[in-house]
Ligand binder design. Structure first.
Ligand code: PLP
Length: 447
């Protein structure tokens, strides 16, 4: 069978680019010099004109099993021909139940009740709403406050934005939710610079929750939401002991703990979830991205048995939680999720990531002496390389390095002046070498 032709966009005129308002993109400069991707397989993209680009970012932290997995494509195609869509409200279809059961097998013990969404942003808002519903159902309707953390990213819907802690994302969008406060971030390069794995210092940062409890009263606080490792704000692994301390404080005050594992899930940190890797189980866990290997948009929230039972069994007859999406548990997404979970199981991708971790760590830290590198941090198959910003021109250095890498056949991601690397978990030594050498040359060239 002939493959479908790949859209090339070769010779695209500016008019061809006008209609699209691109997300989180410098539209004006992109449309002057577009960076296009036309095909993907394994560790690589190819531009429409056939240039190979090694993917050091798993797309956008999401193609954990590598690109173009035929098992996933086949499952999606089969399902599209069998059941294009079924409403998830008051109706069901077998794949959504199967996908939830399969997912519950890999979520941390006790987090076995799965609510499907379509994205990480929707997962964050869903988890926050479930937390509020839980407290109301158990007679503590006064617990309405939501605690996030500086430099946290929980997507861009109003709930996730409100608990999020990235200023540029929040500014300009009004007062956001009023019932929110934030913990301080954990980044402390003066004590933890160039740490390998979890930084040694900073567990006491979790104690800031005690201050918020003293300020607002525990009986007003519903939940704390954190990324176990902050990704989008520049790769900030949790200090040793920090997450355990947060768990203890939440327990002490009857506050739910939510882990946003949209990035850290599905093998990224060398275990199925960060909760498993660092031995701390939250009450709610949000995910997306790697769940379907990004082949179809999908997110999910895993809730504890207690939360599910409290909300469902205390409700009057009828709908228990007034929340859901037209595409919650979409058949194509469920098919992709099941096929993805099969791959993770059969190829033990989390263990594979863990086995590559040391080589990855040594390789990224070899960039330490390149010009303007002020910090390097890593965990699992993630690394953050922080650069000294150019005087008066923050973000410019990293942006130019990103462009240079792309021209040299390497896709990296930058946040402010931090380079974030998160390659597919199927990475091999030769790919690691190529990432470090291409990136190292680009950093030096932009000195
Ligand atoms: N939460 C975290 C931790 C993320 O990293 C992201 C996206 O990068 C999101 C939520 C939002 O996910 P989405 O872009 O699918 O809405």
């Amino acid at each position: 069978m002939d493959a479908d032709p790949i859209p090339t966009f070769a010779g695209a005129s500016p008019n061809d680019l006008d209609a699209l308002w691109m997300p989180f993109t410098a539209n004006r400069s992109f449309k002057q010099a577009p960076r296009m991707l036309g095909r993907a397989e394994g560790m690589f993209y190819w531009t429409p004109d056939g240039r190979e680009v090694l993917d050091a970012t798993s797309g956008l932290w999401c193609v954990n099993a590598g690109h173009g997995r035929p098992e996933i494509a086949d499952a999606i195609a089969r399902t599209a021909r069998t059941l294009d869509y079924a409403p998830p409200f008051q109706m069901g279809h077998p794949l959504m139940f199967q996908a939830a059961s399969r997912l519950a097998e890999v979520t941390p013990p006790g987090l076995d009740r799965i609510f499907f969404t379509n994205s990480g942003s929707e997962s964050a808002d869903t988890a926050l709403k479930i937390a509020l519903a839980y407290h109301r159902a158990r007679g503590e309707a006064g617990r309405i406050r939501l605690i996030g953390r500086e430099r946290g990213y929980h997507g861009i819907n109003f709930g996730g934005l409100s608990v999020g802690g990235i200023g540029a994302n929040r500014r300009g969008f009004g007062p956001l939710l009023g019932n929110v406060d934030h913990l301080p971030h954990t980044h402390d390069p003066s004590r933890n610079g160039f740490s390998r794995g979890l930084p040694a210092h900073g567990a006491e940062g979790a104690d800031a929750l005690e201050h918020l409890v003293a300020l607002h009263g525990a009986d007003t606080i519903a939940a704390v939401i954190v990324e176990p490792m902050a990704g989008s704000a520049g790769v900030l692994p949790p200090p040793v002991g920090y997450l355990k301390r947060l768990r203890e404080l939440c327990d002490r005050h009857g506050i739910l703990l939510i882990f946003d594992e949209v990035i850290t899930g599905f093998g990224r940190v060398g275990a199925a979830f960060a909760a498993e890797r660092w031995g701390v189980v939250p009450d709610l866990l949000t995910m997306a991205k790697g769940l379907t290997n990004a082949a179809v948009p999908m997110g999910a929230v895993a809730a504890s048995e207690t939360i599910y039972r409290t909300v469902v069994e205390n409700a009057p007859p009828g709908i228990e939680l007034f929340h859901g999406y037209t595409y919650s548990g979409h058949p194509l997404a469920c098919a992709a999720a099941i096929a993805t979970l099969d791959i993770h199981r059969d190829e033990n991708l989390a263990a594979r990531a863990r086995a590559s971790e040391r080589a990855w760590e040594d390789a990224v830290h070899s960039l330490r002496d390149r010009p303007n590198v002020i910090d390097i941090r890593n965990v699992g198959l993630v690394a953050g390389i922080e650069l000294r910003p150019r005087d008066g021109k923050p973000t410019e250095r990293a942006a130019r390095i990103m462009q240079r890498c792309f021209d040299d056949g390497l896709l990296i991601r930058t946040t402010a002046d931090i380079i974030a690397l998160s390659p597919p978990l199927v990475i091999e030594t030769a790919h690691i070498d190529r990432i470090v050498s291409t990136l190292g040359d680009a950093i030096t060239a932009e000195a």
